[in-house]
Design a protein around this ligand. Structure first.
Ligand code: AMP
Length: 112
């Protein structure tokens, strides 16, 4: 069964998409944790970082490149945070790999 994010890629579920290319999509998180909270996802249905193969290395690099492009597009000139949750202890809830892009406020450390 298709994950939620595959259904967003297929335009079966609406999302506020801010960036798209052949390999990836970026859209606003439905439950934002910061003034800017976007998700950058691969179009390839890779469930989590844990399941990446060596062949996925360029794709994951591309996601970081896109995140930085989108951060600039969103005016995050004072920094931002990228988060990738992996598995249960990482707090992952959607099993389609995604990079959270958070910005527009100071991010505390350590995270919860
Ligand atoms: P994670 O907990 O790292 O797996 O993150 C999943 C994220 O997906 C959460 O921040 C949710 O708020 C977000 N999310 C869930 N459903 C949607 C949706 N339909 N559109 C946009 N973001 C969503």
């Amino acid at each position: 069964m298709a994950t939620l994010f595959e259904r967003i890629i297929a335009r079966e579920i609406p999302a506020d998409i801010v960036y798209e290319d052949d390999l990836s999509l970026a859209f606003r998180d439905i439950n934002p944790q910061a003034p800017v909270h976007l998700l950058v996802i691969p179009k390839k249905p890779l469930p989590q970082v844990e399941q990446m193969t060596e062949a996925d290395k360029p794709l994951l690099g591309h996601l970081l490149w896109v995140a930085n492009q989108v951060a600039a597009q969103q005016g995050l000139t004072n920094g931002y945070r990228l988060v990738v949750n992996n598995g249960n202890d990482g707090g992952q809830t959607v099993y389609h790999l995604h990079v959270h892009l958070l910005g527009g406020r100071f991010m505390g450390w350590p995270p919860g």
